[in-house]
Design a protein around this ligand. Structure first.
Ligand code: G3P
Length: 217
């Protein structure tokens, strides 16, 4: 499963990229607002740090203006992935862009039928929001299972990009279901490294090593 980080914070992106575990980045208008940076500048900077897909979202609601915004965004770098909302105009834009060889991430997916439409529109990625689904009393991971089943039934190439990931169990369940990608905030990715028994084990080994009086270097 590929790991994308869901942030526009360049320091966090650099930090995670240094682990070698980062396959891409997703942003959205709220994350750009949180960064306090200029949208085009921050996307260009992220594309310089990460080779994989960097999602940059259009903010227009109509197809024609979405296409104009996408034309600006795709010029930034070859790894820019245009993010469009799951609406009729969004999917028209998705079809036009993917037919032209541009990567597209279809966002704000909350049903398996919506995911089916995105795949038929040629989406490179579909982003079902599991956390927001759970928040509203639905089963986010059931949605991922349903999309996996449908995409496998018809051998769609669209990658399932699990978004709105809130905790490590979402990551574990995504991997068990066979999602292609998950995108999570930096804190959730960093939490994946942690285990209390790892910390306890290191403390024990360090304490016994000190008693030997030896050093490796
Ligand atoms: O980038 C889209 C998605 O990951 C947002 O997550 O936590 O705002 O629901 P969240």
């Amino acid at each position: 499963m590929k790991f994308f980080v869901d942030t526009a914070d360049i320091a966090e992106i650099r930090d995670l990229a240094a682990t070698g575990l980062l396959d891409g980045v997703t942003t959205n208008p709220s994350l750009i607002h949180k960064s306090g940076r200029k949208f085009l500048e921050v996307i260009e900077e992220i594309c310089g740090v990460v080779d994989g897909p960097v999602s940059a979202e259009v903010v227009a609601l109509d197809h024609e203006t979405m296409m104009k915004e996408a034309a600006v965004l795709r010029k930034i770098a070859p790894n820019v992935c245009i993010k469009v909302p799951l609406t009729i105009d969004g999917l028209k834009t998705c079809k036009a862009l993917t037919d032209d060889g541009v990567m597209v991430n279809v966002t704000l997916c909350f049903s398996a039928n919506q995911a089916l439409l995105a795949a038929k529109a040629g989406a490179s990625f579909i982003s079902p929001f599991v956390g927001r689904h759970d928040d509203n009393g639905f089963d986010g991971m059931q949605l991922i299972e349903d999309i996996r089943l449908i995409y496998d039934n018809y051998a769609f190439d669209t990658e399932i990009l699990v978004a709105s990931v809130r905790h490590p169990i979402h990551v574990l369940d995504s991997a068990k279901i066979g999602a292609d990608v998950m995108t999570a905030p930096p804190a959730v990715i960093k939490a994946l490294f942690n285990h209390v028994l790892t910390d306890k084990g290191i403390a024990g080994f360090m304490s016994d090593w000190a008693k030997t009086g030896q050093s490796i270097l």
